[in-house]
Design a protein around this ligand. Sequence first.
Ligand SMILES: NC(=O)c1ccc[n+]([C@@H]2O[C@H](COP(=O)([O-])OP(=O)(O)OC[C@H]3O[C@@H](n4cnc5c(N)ncnc54)[C@H](OP(=O)(O)O)[C@@H]3O)[C@@H](O)[C@H]2O)c1
Length: 273
Amino acid sequence: MEHQIAASLSAGLGRGVLITGAGGQLGHALAERFPEAIALVRGEWDVCFPPPEVEGVEAVLHAAAWTNVDGAEDDPQGAAAVNVGGTQNVAALGAPLVYFSSDYVFDGSKREPYVESDAPSPLSAYGRSKLHGEAAAGESAWVVRSSWLFGPVGHNFVRTMLRLGVERDEVAVVDDQRGSPTYTVHLAEAVPRIALLPFGLYHVAADGDCTWADFAEAIFEEAGLDCRVRRISSVEFGARAPRPAYSVLRSEKGAPALPHWREGLRACLERLL
Ligand SMILES: NC(=O)c1ccc[n+]([C@@H]2O[C@H](COP(=O)([O-])OP(=O)(O)OC[C@H]3O[C@@H](n4cnc5c(N)ncnc54)[C@H](OP(=O)(O)O)[C@@H]3O)[C@@H](O)[C@H]2O)c1
């Protein structure tokens, strides 16, 4: 069964594939990678509601999600409605699906990369909703955990830093969280290879790791912006939701390896600048 679906995903253009959340940064990259897919933005399918009538769906790339990590602390039920209830509605289509999950299912107490067999222990309402969403994806699913997504469209750290780097001489950036910034285009390109694997849980994130402050410095350097990075702690930054101090993901199950985050950054900046 997996291999039949893999054919529609890896044959190239995504006929028979439905993408949710196509207006988001990953959804956009998936829609570019699979131009023949039915790519639905939130206005076309709010996944909190049952699916619209769509014929011939052979696989779903489920990129719609509540991604406001701090906002989820104030409205955990709202986050769960989208990330858990919405995923149940997507699974109810009856087609195999790729559910995109997050490094925030881990508490960050490890100091070496998290692999698929590590026990999740989310610190935040968002992390809990993503973890419960993994279960809601059902048996016929590839659950793909990735981390620190950025791309040429949508809200993300790279675009924020490019804006701040023009406006300011210095930005204060958190230096006690370590992860692997992953380029949405690289993740989207890995989907056909993921679909060749059996259903199950996979970690798919960029090679290499850094802190947010390291990442900000790399963005300014690659973009040629003269802006200093002042390294601060998560406590100083004072975000509403706790984040893992360490959330580097690697696969022990042969999931596709992605290019280094710096390569992703350069490719992203080429499109943005
Ligand atoms: N961003 C990260 O750093 C990161 C890291 C690891 C994993 N992930 C996971 O990767 C996936 C894609 O994330 P992303 O960064 O592309 O997020 P994103 O840019 O925020 O995109 C999410 C999309 O989902 C849409 N959406 C929200 N609620 C919806 C609903 N009820 N029905 C239909 N669509 C809805 C959003 O629309 P509106 O904009 O209109 O709300 C948005 O277009 C998510 O599952 C996320 O949890 C993200």
